[in-house]
Design a protein around this ligand. Structure first.
Ligand SMILES: NC(=O)c1ccc[n+]([C@@H]2O[C@H](COP(=O)([O-])OP(=O)(O)OC[C@H]3O[C@@H](n4cnc5c(N)ncnc54)[C@H](O)[C@@H]3O)[C@@H](O)[C@H]2O)c1
Length: 422
């Protein structure tokens, strides 16, 4: 046994981390405030796409146990915090769950414990928000207890990279904290990368996601004028990608979603504005462009129907794949929501198919929808079918051959009389 670990927050990030650590020899308590989650996990039922029930049951045999009792923190050598950090109404990070978790750690922590924040947040959170609550009992950081930040890099649905083989960046509040945190992760992660400090580790996560956000915005903006200029941007990107150096391909689509890309860069721009009084213009522009992407899809729908002498009002429109990325069930910040809201607002008769989402209430659209059973059949009766996510269960040639008219937002089809790329 390597020691006792408590992982606070048993969601997309916390559960895979807890199971991997149990595999690496730790006794692991998965602490969660949601009693139903705790009960389901202890009975071997996983609520996370990337964790099968079999894997969870193996974890339970390996020493993993879900718990709702914060007193387990008193048993821990290490505590990891993987709680949500959503955006607050005014656009800044909502750190309520981080504060709650840190306060709870402070209530139960014992000397020599290592506490690591993994939730994505703005640089400075570990030192300014997390540490004061964890050490509120008067323990000195770097001597009595150790505190670090290590950004979570989980990529839902990625079959190649998981907790073990994705390098882990770690930055402690003091050198001793970094050393302790590096030693901890080395037990079950192949490569651990020490950062200069907690702020640099926090910033590294935001650079990664801001980089994606800005580059996706670049191609999403280029898509609009490429369409007007009759240039196939997907083909141009495929060609550019043949350059063996200095280029990384990003492809346009219906908009960005998920918990990271549309959200994390805002933490940074909010911090820059609040602290320094000026804007992080690249992020603001990327946000503007990527937020408008689903509405551009709606404009293309209107254009395609117009070419067929149809109005959006009354048209049967089928959406295929409404999750934020392919082959997962996560709907957070999915661009399908604003698209459906816009089309329904224009009077379209919207239906959808998604093998991962049986029921769907598009955000603020005032309707409750059930996934159609047969996407090929539904495409044959819809006036327009929109491919949003190319789930692996979709047979694109079959769908394209049945659809009356199809808008492919992923650029994977060939343009013909009935199929149009975005
Ligand atoms: N999902 C991803 O792909 C991903 C990737 C990288 C980073 N992150 C970051 O990791 C963090 C966690 O995200 P997630 O997707 O795992 O969230 P999630 O919503 O899937 O899970 C969070 C869990 O924490 C629990 N929880 C909330 N407050 C708690 C508290 N005070 N004490 C104990 N449990 C509590 C919830 O009940 C839930 O089970 C976020 O900061 C997110 O930005 C997520």
């Amino acid at each position: 046994m390597t020691g006792t670990l408590v992982v606070i927050g048993q969601g997309y990030v916390g559960l895979p981390m807890a199971l991997r650590a149990a595999e690496g020899g730790f006794k692991v308590y998965g602490l969660d405030t949601n009693a139903k989650t705790v009960e389901a996990l202890n009975s071997g039922l996983s609520h996370i796409d990337d964790v099968s029930d079999d894997e969870l049951r193996r974890g339970l045999k390996n020493g993993f146990e879900a718990s709702g009792d914060p007193a387990v923190i008193g048993l821990a050598d290490v505590v990891l915090v993987c709680v949500p950090t959503p955006l607050a109404e005014e656009g800044g990070p909502d750190l309520e769950a981080v504060r709650m978790a840190a306060g709870t750690i402070g209530d139960y922590i014992t000397p020599k414990t290592l506490a690591i924040l993994e939730s994505t947040t703005y640089p400075g959170t570990t030192e300014e928000v997390f540490a004061p609550l964890v050490s509120k009992g008067g323990l000195t950081v770097g001597e009595d207890i150790f505190i670090a930040f290590s950004p979570e890099r989980i990529d839902p649905g990625n079959e190649k990279y998981g907790v073990r083989n994705t390098p882990k960046v770690v930055g402690g509040m003091t050198e001793a904290c970094t050393i302790q945190a590096v030693q901890f992760y080395t037990h079950f992660v192949d490569t651990v990368v020490p950062a200069k400090g907690a702020k640099e580790a926090e910033m590294s996560k935001l650079i990664e996601n801001t980089f994606r956000h800005v580059n996706i915005a670049l191609v999403n903006e280029m898509l609009r004028f490429s369409h007007e200029l009759d240039i196939d941007l997907w083909n141009a990107i495929d060609c550019a990608e043949t350059k063996p150096f200095g280029f990384m391909a990003f492809r346009p689509g219906p908009g960005v979603g998920g918990h990271c890309i549309p959200v994390d860069p805002s933490y940074l721009s909010h911090r820059v504005k609040a602290r320094l009084g000026y804007s992080f213009r690249m992020v603001e522009l990327a946000e503007e462009i990527n937020t408008a992407a689903p509405l551009y899809v709606a404009d293309r729908v209107r254009e395609l129907l117009n070419e067929r002498e149809r109005s959006v009002k009354g048209a049967k429109i089928l959406l295929l794949g409404v999750t934020y990325k392919a082959n997962i069930s996560d709907m957070r910040e999915s661009p399908a929501d604003p698209l459906a809201k816009r089309l329904i607002g224009w009077g379209a008769d919207v239906s959808y198919h998604d093998p991962h989402v049986p029921q769907w209430q598009p955000h603020r659209a005032g309707v409750s929808l059930t996934s159609v059973e047969d996407p090929d059949q539904a495409a044959s009766v819809a006036d327009l079918t929109i491919l949003l996510q190319l789930h692996s269960t979709y047979n694109l040639p079959a769908l394209a051959s049945r659809a009356k008219c199809m808008l492919d937002t992923r650029g994977v089809s060939q343009n013909d009389g009935r199929v149009a790329k975005l």
